[in-house]
Structures are given as C-alpha cells and as structure tokens.
Design a protein around this ligand. Sequence first.
Ligand SMILES: *[C@@H]1O[C@H](CO)[C@@H](O)[C@H](O)[C@H]1NC(C)=O
Ligand SMILES: *[C@@H]1O[C@H](CO)[C@@H](O)[C@H](O)[C@H]1NC(C)=O
Ligand SMILES: *[C@@H]1O[C@H](CO)[C@@H](O)[C@H](O)[C@H]1NC(C)=O
Length: 422
Amino acid sequence: MALVYKFLLLCFLLIFVPPAIAQTSFRPRALVLPVQKNAAVFQYVTQIKQRTPLVPVKLAVHLGGNLLWVDCEKGYVSSTNKTARCGSAQCNLIGPVACGGGICGEFPSNPISNTGTFGSIRIDVVSVQSTNGRHPGRGVTVPNFIFLCGSEFVLQGLAPGVTGIAALGRTKTALPLQLAAAFSLNRKFAICLSPSARSNGVIIIGDGPYVLLPNVDVSKSLTYTPLLINQVNTEGGFLGTPSNEYFIGVKSIKVGGKAIPLNTTLLSIDSEGIGGTKFSTAVPYTVLETSIYKALLQAFVNAMPTKVTRVAPVAPFGACFNSRDIGSSRLGPSVPQIDLVLQNSKVFWSIIGANSIVRVSNDVSCLGFVDGGVTPKTSIVIGGHQLDNNLVQFDIATSRLGFSNSLLLQRTMCSNFNFTST
Ligand SMILES: *[C@@H]1O[C@H](CO)[C@@H](O)[C@H](O)[C@H]1NC(C)=O
Ligand SMILES: *[C@@H]1O[C@H](CO)[C@@H](O)[C@H](O)[C@H]1NC(C)=O
Ligand SMILES: *[C@@H]1O[C@H](CO)[C@@H](O)[C@H](O)[C@H]1NC(C)=O
C-alpha cells in the first residue's frame, strides 16, 4: 500500500515539475565572466553578451550598485528590447523607483566620475558562460534580464570601449543575484582580479570550486568574516534604503605584527552610515581616513629595514623608498606585512609586498595607500591594488565574506583560471 502511495507521489512530482526548471534541460552550477584590468585608467572591465542578435558589451566592474546599466543612446539595437512599465513585476523587484509617463526609471550612477541622470528600466536578453569551476562551459541565456538604460554622458571617465557598469551590489536586481535567480544558483559570487592588463582575472557567480592552474581549488582555503550591512546608502540612491556595497568589520591594523594606534570609533559604522570598511573597484588604491593613513604610514616607515632609504614622495602616495634598497621575493617586495584584523586576532586579511607596494619607477617604490581626508564617508575603502591576486567571495545569502589572502602564497594567481572551454 505504502509503496503504491510513493509511486503515485513520484508520478505527481514528475508531472508537476516547476516550469522554470522544465524550460531548460541544462542547469549550470555556476557562471563565469572574464575580467581584465585597464591599467591606464585603473578599471576592471568585464564582458557579457546582450540583445538580439547578441553582441558583446564591455562593462566596468562595480562592487555595489543596484542595476547593470548600459549606454542606450548610442548603438543600442535589439529586436527583443522591452520597456518596464510602472507597477510591473520587474519594476517592483527593483524596490523604490521613479516613474515617468508610466515608464519605470532609476538614476544610473557612475561611481568613477560620480555622474548620473534619469534612465528607463529595460528588459532584454543576456548571455554568459556557465562553468564547472575549472573551465568555461556552454553559454546560457536569460531572456528577461532587467537593466537600466543610461545616456551617453554617464560613461564619463570609463575605459575606452566600455559602455556601462556591471553593478555587483547586494540587491536582487544587481548582476549576481539576478543571474543566480535565473538558474537557481546559490546567492554568492567570487571575484579574482588580476593586476595584469594582458590576462583575464575571473568572476564566478554561484558555488565553487574555484580552480586555478596548477589545479589549486581556492574555495577550500578561504577565511571567513561577516559581511556587514550599512543601513544608510552613502552612495546616493533613495532615502532610507541600505547600502548595496560590501562592508566588513576591521577591528585593528597591524604592521609587522604590531597594532598601530587608531581611533576605533572610525572603524565602526555610525547611525548615519559614516565610518567602517568597504570594498571598491572604483578606487585604484586603498583610501584611508587621514588619522588612519598617518598612523599606517608612520608604522610602515618605522618597520622598514634600516637599509631602505626614503625618497621624495610621488603623488598620490605619501611614503616612497629607493626601489633598489628593497629586496624582492615570490611574494613581491620584501616589506613589513600589513594585517587588517577582523572579528578576532586570529582572523586577518594580510597585505603582502605585492599588494602594499607600488613600483612607480625603477628607482621609486611607494606605499600604495592614499589619504582620504578627515571626513570621508567610509574610513577604509579597500581598492584595486590591494584586491589584486586575492580571491574574494561575497556570500550574500549567508552575509559572509570569504577571502584567500594573496594567491601568490599558494603559488597561483587570478590570471590562472583556464579560459579554454572543454
Ligand atoms: C525595440 O524592439 C522593437 C520591437 O522589436 C523594435 O521595433 C525597435 O526598433 C527596438 N528598438 C531598439 C532601440 O532596438
Ligand atoms: C574619534 O573619531 C570620532 C569620529 O570621527 C570623533 O568624533 C572623535 O573626536 C575622535 N576621537 C579622538 C580621540 O580623536
Ligand atoms: C586548459 O583546459 C584545456 C581544455 O580542457 C586543456 O586542454 C589545457 O591543457 C588546459 N591548460 C592547462 C595549462 O592546463
């Protein structure tokens, strides 16, 4: 009897497969995007395919933002373009929006030039490659991807060929969660940025593994810290909406193993959203509030081997050294390690020479951090140079950040993802 019931239940389940799964026989486990540094303008550029017929679209990577946007004023042609009406499901998914003539809209913001203007919400086809975490697999398509149509001038300051921004913020409509929802992937993504302008780093949406040549699965060796939510969107956006960016709780900073004196009030996020630590691909070097910057610079200079001579600083840096006095190893210049200490003294993000030093010329090497002034919105903004060759996983579902520390320590790097499809 029970067996008959089980059989009937099985038949029932087979008939009533949810339509989203039934539509496609191939379900990817993760998606992969290439990302390349434009060294001239210090931006990270990724590429997706969009529209009908599909065309490649280059986008600047932004670890924040609510919607992917592209320039629709020039060269946007697609037979599948649709406009989102106010009150439509797509428009409602975005959260607070503006409405003009029944058309759902938003303000695309360019975090690099801080420009923005009203744009309409559109829906069109997007295509990306799937992955098993080792290679790219077949291309997969989302027919109804929600994005924002920006006008040409919002492109100001973006790398040549770039026609929009890939918003990787925490929200449902930003690129990671919109793609994750379309394929029922886990709500997480990882970025691994390469400092090289000639080879691709990688963004993987969904679960790991994250395998880099020679066969290093970086997902196995991540360290975790909670992701914090800043209740105030200091980037702009609608009043009362939380930030779309990724904050972590740095508790102290060590240089050469010794804690530097800091005003710890600056390290937490206050009720107005001021303070704390976040990630940004829009800044080339980590930006520190003045007192933190000065303390780090002083400690770093003091901890340098005495044979290293200081030379006149080269803007935007404040402490520079004679390159020839600094030894070098597999891990980059041999300098004191900087640790960002997180939830306890055993959990820290370490910054080795390859990520702390910027070689300005054959003669001059500088501490690659910059002064953010006395009243920045966020006290510590971890920027591109410090992210290079570190794999960072943003697990939105569990509000947790996973980080690898420098991959050079594991004898691999972000450009070692094998982009050759099987
Ligand atoms: C949008 O799609 C419609 C319907 O296919 C088409 O007539 C129109 O030219 C398209 N617009 C653009 C900008 O491609
Ligand atoms: C620490 O920083 C807070 C926030 O900027 C400021 O109000 C306070 O005066 C600072 N404390 C000291 C001792 O400088
Ligand atoms: C990358 O993947 C391709 C396809 O599987 C394989 O033939 C090639 O050997 C791999 N490259 C390296 C360097 O292992």
